[in-house]
Design a protein around this ligand. Structure first.
Ligand SMILES: [Zn+2]
Length: 425
């Protein structure tokens, strides 16, 4: 073992808290950048229609973060995570175009994921300040990506995973009474969940861990629009549990950039939440869940850590999702929906799906794509606008089941499998 490799192994062992023998070759270059995107003025907030006024200050800063990776052949991938409600199509299109023009990173190698915090700004539509904030993101995000790319330096990628237990299926009443029009969301301890916490670590030689990308499939909605009294609205910007998980990891590891990638959590909620326990304030729930998730990431990093190698291969396409046409005189336009698959050699398959995806997609794709490679499925990526039900959820009806045609699941899964086959050849 040469000195450089020995040094890296030593740093790995001390910074991650384990001493396994790892392949210490640096197959990658990596760069990471982070910027505060908390609005500088009070704005209407996104996620809860019940709010009656714009924000009143900030409980925690919101961030945009970019991880740039380059494999041994020079292929580059950029992953952007955002403490925002979603990635609206106009933002994706603008950033994608600029990143292609300036940095020659094509769409299949640009991932944009939102944490779905309901305590961030509303930047769609005509609310005051929304167009201005959209323009701010259009300008700021390409700059952030450029900064991450400018920092590319030798690095190693490692994968590990653990579990975290505060997510729970929230469709009890729909599952029990599919035909009840008055059914409301309720915790369902027997419903499907995906409590896996995938973790991608970026380790540079001679440094501590420099970036950690981690995922979880659970609505980022510990905080409701109302507090435990039922009267006081939540008006402070913050990243909810995902924001506090990132903050906890970074506080414990100076120099680390922690990035959260939302999974297929559309029908999952963090429990307990809102006002469920009279003596706990909602913000304390968010901080508590954030710490719990951060500690799961730490547990992952102390468990079975394996190297992730290249080369990068990527595919990105839009498919059309069709809605049921109830009135023959009123045709319903199809929805353009993004599907992305990125291969990290034979070690990791990253699948990203647009909008609010229910957990069935994550569970099914991991089953159907699983083999030698680890499969990581993210929702809330590259597009935002409504729920994406599985066939099961569509049949049950309820909150997460807008009237798509029954082939929606097969269209999405079929496209993922097709792209995956294309990359495997
Ligand atoms: Zn949602």
């Amino acid at each position: 073992m040469n000195t450089a490799k020995f040094t890296l192994l030593f740093v790995l062992a001390t910074s991650l808290g384990f001493a396994a023998t790892l392949d210490t070759n640096c197959y990658w270059k990596a760069g990471v950048a982070s910027t505060v995107i908390t609005p500088q003025t009070n704005m209407w907030m996104s996620g809860y229609a019940a709010r009656k006024s714009p924000s009143h200050g900030t409980a925690q800063n919101l961030f945009a973060k970019a991880l740039a990776l380059e494999d041994e052949k020079g292929t580059r991938l950029v992953i952007v995570t955002l403490d925002l409600i979603g990635v609206v199509p106009t933002l994706r299109q603008s950033v994608e175009k600029q990143v292609m023009e300036r940095y020659k990173v094509p769409p299949q190698f640009l991932v944009m994921n939102a944490s779905h915090t309901h305590c961030g700004p509303e930047y769609r539509g005509s609310k005051p300040e929304a167009p201005k904030y959209h323009a701010f993101l259009e300008e700021r995000l390409p700059h952030l990506i450029g900064e991450a790319l400018s920092k590319l330096a030798p690095a190693q990628l490692l994968y590990a995973h653990a579990r975290c237990g505060f997510s729970m299926n929230r469709r009890r009443n729909y599952s029990l009474s599919p035909t009840d029009p008055n059914a409301k969301k309720a915790p369902n301890p027997d419903g499907p969940v995906d409590q896996n916490v995938p973790v991608l670590m970026v380790q540079s030689p001679g440094t501590n861990l420099c970036a950690v990308l981690f995922g979880y499939a659970c609505h980022n909605t510990t905080l409701s629009s109302v507090s435990m009294t039922g009267k006081v609205h939540r008006y402070e910007f913050n990243g909810d549990y995902a924001g506090f998980a990132q903050e906890t990891l970074q506080a414990g590891r100076p120099g680390l950039t922690a990035m959260f990638m939302m999974g297929c959590g559309a029908d999952q909620n963090p429990y307990p939440r809102h006002y469920m326990i009279p003596y706990v304030k909602p913000l304390e729930f968010a901080q508590h869940h954030g710490k719990t998730l951060a500690y799961s990431v730490e547990a992952a990093m102390a468990s079975h850590v394996r190297p992730v190698r290249g080369p990068l291969r990527g595919a990105f396409e839009y498919i059309t999702l069709e809605r049921e046409q109830k009135d023959p005189k009123k045709p319903v336009p199809g929805r353009q929906y993004p599907v992305q698959v990125v291969h990290f050699g034979d070690d990791l398959i990253l699948v990203t799906l647009g909008a609010e995806v229910v957990v069935d997609y994550s569970l099914r794709l991991k089953r159907e794509l699983g083999g030698k490679a680890v499969v990581w499925v993210a929702g809330y990526s590259n597009e935002y606008g409504g729920y994406i039900p599985s066939l099961r959820v569509l049949k049950e009806g309820g909150y997460e089941a807008p009237d798509y045609k029954p082939d929606i699941e097969e269209r999405i899964v079929g496209k993922v499998l097709e792209l995956n086959r294309r990359l495997t050849k």
